[in-house]
Write a protein that binds this ligand. Structure first.
Ligand code: BG6
Length: 487
């Protein structure tokens, strides 16, 4: 595996811990090797030491084994270089030949692009020009998000990559699709007989998808300022989650059939007109506030952020899906930094019972509609809310909940999204990766919002860090008689 951006945050926090964990579980071939690339001058040993420190620090909920590390680290190599310089690609070719021979990797190579996104096209072209997109074994290329900055740049990037790599070699990563709980949405929907008949506009009133983060921009101010919440989370992760919730069942679980259904759903998302954006999308930016008992500064005071930055750190939108299953069912999506807690969930709000037969009794709560919560993280699980009779005289009803909790039911550790996705790329399974048609469809869905926001001057900051976002997000739901659930 050749990692571009080997000195970056993602390599340290996610990729290397995931690879080490796969090795720990014996899921990588013994000859597996990594060639790390970045501009920093380092020897193989420097690289190994840095990775040792990161992996031991960032291994989530799993032990770190020094003996295993020593043998894993023998497969780590490093090459300094500038991705704009063709000499680098010649060096990579040399290094691949040498490492391949030493570790007997049969010429199979996975390239991982985790540099600044503006370099992705250039790297794919460099690899192509050096003849590295083809070889003795298989060649695959993983592209980290964001895939493009908007629809035209996503198309342009794709064209540059496809000049050298076939579609079945290209793995566009969206780590939300690798999360166990997101994969479980498919098991829940299509592995059970009782939910699917209810999964449509007849029974479902609306859907709320929330990805709240209690952290700020964590030193990523410069990147984040160019991206914003809509691009960073909704265009990719949350629209993919929505597609998983709303797609039709595929005939088989083959990679292309599953992705065909996801793509079809994304293509059915109604494209807002610029006039519709006002009532259907809300931008927010945090000001100073208190989070987790700590006083924090506003976004515009973060390092790397301009004092008049117009970037959204909160975004909410209402998407409608124009197909027979979902006509008139709003899908509300929201995400933000420095919200009161870290929680990602999908709340399926069912329609109320057609008639309240208990209306004459002391029955507070009788009208509470059923709610199904698919909790992505933390406290992964599923719960169904319904009303129940309170014990005792009379007919008093109260909402209760029926809960499934991953930890309690399985008692085993779930692999991280990156473990799942890296292994899938190694074995050539692209089911949980996005395809170009999906990427374009989701850019198309958010493009009117981006275009409209680009012309606006919002009164930022419009929410205090540590609160649930701007008031306009509540007003967006109130327009259709709905209220955000507090997770
Ligand atoms: C990344 C975004 O893709 O996802 C980050 O760039 C965000 O801004 C992160 O914090 C959230 O991922 P997770 O797995 O922590 O929910």
């Amino acid at each position: 595996m050749v990692i571009f951006g080997a000195n970056g945050d993602l390599t340290r926090r996610k990729l290397m811990p995931a690879l080490y964990r796969l090795a720990y579980e014996g899921r990588l071939a013994p000859g597996f090797a990594v060639i790390g690339i970045s501009r920093t001058a380092m020897t193989d040993d420097d690289f190994r030491n840095r990775m040792h420190d990161s992996v031991s620090k960032f291994m989530e909920d799993a032990p770190f084994d020094e003996d295993l590390w020593r043998s894993f680290a023998q497969g780590l190599f490093y090459l300094p270089g500038d991705v704009g310089d063709m000499v680098l690609y010649q060096k990579i070719a040399g290094s691949l030949a040498e490492v391949g021979k030493q570790r007997q990797t049969a010429g199979n190579v996975l390239f991982y692009l985790s540099t600044q996104p503006s370099q992705y096209g250039e790297i794919a072209e460099g690899l192509g020009a050096a003849g590295l997109a083809k070889g003795e074994g298989w060649r695959r290329i993983i592209i980290e998000k964001p895939f493009g900055h908007d629809l035209p740049s996503a198309r342009d990037l794709n064209a540059r990559i496809q000049k050298h790599f076939e579609e079945d070699q290209i793995y566009r990563i969206d780590h939300y699709l690798g999360k166990e709980t997101v994969q479980n949405i498919m098991a829940f929907r299509f592995g059970n007989g009782i939910f699917e008949p209810l999964w449509n506009r007849r029974y479902i009133d609306h859907v709320q998808i929330t990805a709240a983060e209690s952290i700020g921009v964590e030193g990523r101010g410069a990147y984040y300022q160019e991206a914003g919440a809509l691009r960073d989370m909704i265009q990719n992760h949350l629209l993919q989650v929505m597609a998983t919730i709303a797609m039709e069942p595929s005939a088989t679980f083959s990679s292309d059939e599953v992705r065909d259904e996801r793509a079809k759903l994304l293509r059915s998302v109604r494209i807002m007109t610029l006039d519709e954006v006002e009532g259907n999308a809300v931008a927010g930016q945090y000001g100073a506030g208190r989070v987790g008992g700590q006083q924090v500064v506003g976004f515009r005071q973060e390092s790397g952020v301009r004092p008049d930055s117009p970037t959204d750190t909160y975004a909410a939108a209402t998407f409608m899906v124009d197909n027979w299953r979902w006509a008139d069912v709003p899908f509300y999506i929201r995400t933000g930094k420095y919200l009161p807690k870290r929680v990602s969930e999908i709340a399926i709000h069912f329609k109320s019972a057609p008639l309240s037969v208990f209306r004459n009794s002391d029955a507070s709560g009788t009208t509470a509609p059923n709610l199904l919560i698919l909790r992505i993280q933390p406290e992964e699980g599923i719960s169904l809310k319904f009303v129940s009779k309170r014990p005792g005289a009379g007919m008093t009803l109260r909402p209760v909940s029926m809960d499934f909790n991953y930890g309690a039911s399985f008692g085993e550790r779930s692999p991280s999204a990156y473990e799942t996705l890296l292994l899938d790329a190694v074995i050539g399974d692209a089911t949980l990766y996005t395809r170009q048609d999906m990427v374009e469809a989701s850019w198309r869905a958010v493009q009117p919002i981006l275009d409209c926001w680009a012309t606006k001057k919002f009164p930022f900051p419009n929410y205090a860090a540590g609160t649930w976002g701007p008031a306009a997000a509540d007003a967006m739901l109130a327009r259709r008689g709905h209220v955000w659930r507090t997770p």
